[in-house]
Design a protein around this ligand. Structure first.
Ligand code: ADP
Ligand code: MG
Length: 319
């Protein structure tokens, strides 16, 4: 099959491509979308995944389809937006039908779960790469941003930390284990993000390591962030490993896709109720402080030596 048959026989037929929200979806030069509802605005984000950099070339195609969309939905979650539409750009070395079936099945399942419509994309030949752009709707001027943290706010994180980094470590060591699920099938916290609108003062998703993400909030909000190591919600399989690795995975490991957010002290009860309603643990791990840096305090009240910080594509090339 060629490019056009592929688009018509595969992409255009996915359940997520046939949702009917867009005025025009796949098939014309552009997709045509309705205007945002009154009192709403669009939130748009793109994430690209490159074979060998973001995933192992032999990863299960179904998991890769899931993760490609999940990391994008996570950005919408971090701003409190509701997913509406996405585009899918693919560079493929060859047309491998069974690989494509698996990839689109994983993608379609997550897209349908979040009711986000595939409205277009591009398909070219080249080293395997996937770029997705998501469009979401958010209350006008109410999106969760990185720059709203206030001195005295609590710092919270959803779910658990370090699972994906453990999974990656296990694969590299040649024995995939308990962290694999966290690494290959992250769950974007879309419902949580929506629930945080009007409550959280700032938010970010944890894609490149907790300390690095906290640093982004500190930098953009012009404040400090103090985190308490003994309060961190570690991934259950992190309790068995040596303390140094534990800290590296939980504080500097990437790919967890939890939400890190700040909120006024007065919203604690509301947040505990929100976590219970979503059946998602929300843990208060620190506070917004003076200064401009992130510091981590251990159980004895000492400042912890920071493990090497999170991932940076360009810095790591020279490290
Ligand atoms: P053009 O030449 O104008 O870029 P294409 O032939 O690339 O158009 O695409 C034809 C239609 O198929 C467009 O509506 C485009 O958005 C859609 N499309 C192409 N590739 C994909 C893909 N991987 N996923 C979803 N839609 C796609
Ligand atoms: Mg094209």
């Amino acid at each position: 099959v060629g490019e056009f048959e592929l688009i018509e026989s595969l992409f255009a037929r996915l359940a997520c491509a046939r949702m009917g929200w867009a005025t025009v979806g796949i098939g014309d030069d552009c997709a045509l979308l309705p205007a945002p509802a009154p009192g709403k605005q669009w939130a748009v984000s793109t994430d690209m995944l490159i074979s060998g950099t973001h995933f192992f070339p032999d990863v299960e195609p179904d998991s890769l389809g899931h993760k490609s969309l999940a990391v994008n939905l996570s950005d919408l979650a971090a701003m409190g937006a509701t997913p509406k539409a996405f585009t899918l750009s693919l560079a493929l070395p060859a047309i491998n039908q069974s690989w494509l079936q698996g990839f689109t099945a994983g993608l379609d399942q997550l897209a349908c779960a979040h009711e986000i419509q595939l409205v277009g994309g591009d398909t070219t030949k080249g080293p395997l790469a996937i770029s997705i752009t998501v469009i979401g709707e958010v209350d006008l001027n109410k999106a969760l941003r990185r720059d709203g943290a206030q001195y005295g706010d609590d710092v919270w994180v959803s779910g658990s930390l370090g699972g994906a980094a453990l999974g990656l470590h296990q694969i590299k060591a040649g024995h995939p284990g308990a962290g694999l699920e966290a690494l290959v099938r992250p769950q974007p916290r879309v419902k949580l993000g929506q629930g945080l609108v009007g409550i959280a003062s700032a938010a970010i998703d944890v894609s490149d390591g907790l300390v690095q993400e906290a640093g982004h909030i500190a930098h953009r909000s012009r404040c400090g962030v103090r985190l308490f190591w003994h309060r961190m919600p570690l991934h259950p399989d992190l309790y068995d490993i040596e303390p140094d690795l534990q800290k590296t995975f939980a504080l500097a490991g990437g790919d967890d896709y939890e939400l890190l957010f700040t909120a006024p002290v007065g919203s604690r009860k509301t947040l505990i109720a929100l976590g219970a309603a979503l059946r998602l643990p929300l843990t208060r791990i620190g506070e917004v402080s003076t200064g401009h840096a992130v510091e981590i305090i251990d159980e004895r009240g000492q400042v912890l030596d920071m493990p090497k910080t999170g991932f940076d594509h360009f810095l790591s090339a020279t490290a």
